[in-house]
Write a protein that binds this ligand. Structure first.
Ligand code: TYD
Length: 213
């Protein structure tokens, strides 16, 4: 399987990292910058970037009872398969820039490392679901889980199923994201999410500008 596309198509940018690291803020800043520069941007997310995906999002984030690990991995993969085919690929084919909160690296980090499934099987499942599509760049916002938790606490929103997991779970997720980035240094841009938002935004812009030029 391969994530290669003809060079003339759009650009696929994903943001990854633990809960509360500021992905949404950085995705919005990048979107504004690109829109001001005249690019057409499709801003989306997983889980829940399509109508079917919203139904799946409700199950994976808000179902109160247990969801078995394989079922959970398949639900994220189902969301991804539909989202990539109906939203992301058409946008890339039009030449748009797709800015997406979370993608297959989240599955590997959360379902693979965080739980009982092997990271390779989770990655293979995601690649199958997405027919091999990989981002052109993945921005990993790296932050100590305790600092991220303090930000979420300050937000005053109720925790979803994954946010409510134990500290050790979030430490494993963080370590897995960093391992993924180390394995694919060309695709990943790893940033210290404790830096000021404007500095992070500038680093993201530099990388995206280089890819667009
Ligand atoms: P998200 O909507 O990004 O929440 P937040 O804004 O709080 O980061 O993601 C919701 C949760 O879904 C998040 O805790 C991570 C989890 N997730 C997985 O476990 N596997 C996946 O494949 C994806 C895409 C998300």
């Amino acid at each position: 399987m391969t994530g290669e596309r003809p060079r003339s198509t759009g650009l696929f940018v994903t943001f990854e990292g633990g809960d509360g690291v500021g992905k949404t803020t950085q995705a919005s800043l990048l979107q504004s910058w690109l829109t001001d520069a005249g690019r057409t941007v499709v801003r989306t997310r997983e889980p829940g970037g399509s109508e079917v995906g919203l139904l799946i999002r409700d199950i994976v984030l808000h179902h109160r009872g247990e969801v078995s690990p394989r079922a959970e991995a398949l639900l994220y993969a189902a969301d991804r398969a539909h989202h990539i085919e109906t939203v992301v690929r058409p946008a890339l084919a039009r030449g748009d820039v797709v800015i997406q909160d979370r993608y297959l690296d989240s599955s590997v980090a959360y379902q693979g490392a965080g739980r009982v499934l092997g990271r390779d099987e989770v990655r293979d499942l995601s690649l199958w679901a997405a027919e091999g599509l990989l981002p052109d760049v993945t921005v990993l916002l790296d932050l100590d889980p305790a600092a991220a938790r303090a930000r979420l606490d300050a937000d005053d929103k109720p925790f979803d199923r994954l946010e409510a997991e134990k500290e050790s779970f979030h430490a494993r997720v963080r370590a897995e994201f960093l391992a993924l980035a180390a394995a694919e240094p060309d695709r990943f841009l790893v940033l210290d999410a404790a830096l000021p938002s404007s500095e992070l935004a500038a680093a993201v812009r530099d990388r995206v500008a280089a890819l667009l030029s």
